[in-house]
Design a protein around this ligand. Structure first.
Ligand SMILES: O=P(O)(O)O[C@@H]1[C@@H](OP(=O)(O)O)[C@H](OP(=O)(O)O)[C@H](O)[C@H](OP(=O)(O)O)[C@H]1OP(=O)(O)O
Ligand SMILES: Nc1ncnc2c1ncn2[C@@H]1O[C@H](COP(=O)(O)OP(=O)(O)O)[C@@H](O)[C@H]1O
Length: 274
């Protein structure tokens, strides 16, 4: 039996009869192919990426494992629809804190329609995409003091300026209460962002690949960060995955300077917190 993911923080959400992703209890995430080119483009990317021998093994680990396309009952009640079957990145976590950060100083790309370009540029300017080269798309943090999840409204998140993004990245690794205006204590920063297996080291590994990779251009892609807050587990298990490949294009031998530049800027924010 498929159900609506509990820890989805951005994108199209399967609620109120809308089409969105579903999960099973075996660690798989079912992302419906949208009825336009986006779904097909993303499935095509996963097919290409999974069989691309030029992708180093250590980089593959930064992408959800792809298990092909399957027809499953869609969340909007419209019957069976093709879904990409992906590794559910959060399924093994009990109390995950999750943040989706869309990388790049633009989300549009060459040859899109004028309508799509206008929609993107408006959002890129209104958010920190243009000014910082990334924007926080959504987050959900386990508030250890209140012992419950805290999730800011999407409109609040999309209105973040540089300070808002910085504060969100600090709150993400803090132990003090999140709903009020107290100064984030960054109690888990060294464990989650720092350390030999922390988020910074992982982002630097991804960045090193982007310094030379010319296979794909990752337009409008996100870095998904996850870590564990369950007191039963003794490790934070910080994780980084790239998600959302609906707008990936062939790299045609050219560096993906949009993603690369945005990633460098994002890394600098993490380094400053550390
Ligand atoms: O519909 P919206 O306004 O929620 O926009 C979606 C975006 O949500 P946002 O408001 O930026 O958090 C959404 O962004 P996130 O995945 O939430 O970062 C996508 O940009 C989505 O477009 P696509 O599926 O990537 O082509 C966007 O969907 P479309 O409007 O292009 O269908
Ligand atoms: N493989 C995955 N495992 C777990 N959660 C995922 C996975 N892929 C996406 N998500 C969740 O769904 C959200 C939206 O994903 P995304 O691929 O960006 O969808 P959309 O194309 O609707 O924007 C992410 O922010 C994340 O919370």
């Amino acid at each position: 039996m498929l159900k609506v993911p509990e820890h989805q923080v951005a994108g199209h959400i399967a609620k109120d009869g809308k089409l969105g992703p579903l999960v099973d209890n075996q660690g798989r995430f079912y992302k419906p192919l949208q009825g336009d080119a986006r779904g097909e483009n993303e499935a095509k990317f996963y097919e290409s990426f999974s069989s691309n021998k030029n992708v180093p093994d250590h980089i593959r680990g930064y992408f959800p494992v792809y298990h092909g396309v399957q027809l499953v009952e869609a969340s909007d009640g419209s019957g069976k629809l093709p879904h990409m079957v992906l590794e559910d990145v959060v399924s093994s976590y009990v109390k995950p804190s999750v943040m989706d950060v869309k990388i790049g100083s633009r989300t549009w790309y060459p040859d899109v329609s004028e309508e799509y370009f206008n929609k993107c540029i408006k959002k890129d300017r209104a958010t920190t995409t243009v000014s910082l080269g990334f924007r926080v798309s959504g987050l959900k943090i386990f508030d250890c003091q209140e012992s419950r999840f805290w999730r800011p409204d999407k409109r609040v998140v999309l209105a973040y300026k540089a300070d808002g993004a910085r504060t969100a990245l600090r709150k993400f690794v803090s132990s003090n209460s999140l709903a009020d205006d107290s100064v984030p204590d960054c109690a888990y920063a060294s464990e989650v962002y720092g350390g030999s297996d922390g988020i910074l080291v992982k982002l630097l590994e991804v960045k090193a690949w982007f310094e030379t990779q010319t296979l794909y251009h990752f337009n409008s892609c996100s870095v998904l960060m996850v870590y564990e807050n369950d007191s039963g587990g003794d490790e934070r298990r910080a994780q980084v995955k790239l998600v959302d490949f609906a707008h990936v294009l062939d790299g045609n031998g050219v560096i993906d300077h949009n993603f690369f530049g945005g990633l460098c800027s994002f890394i600098k924010f993490i380094q400053d917190i550390l």
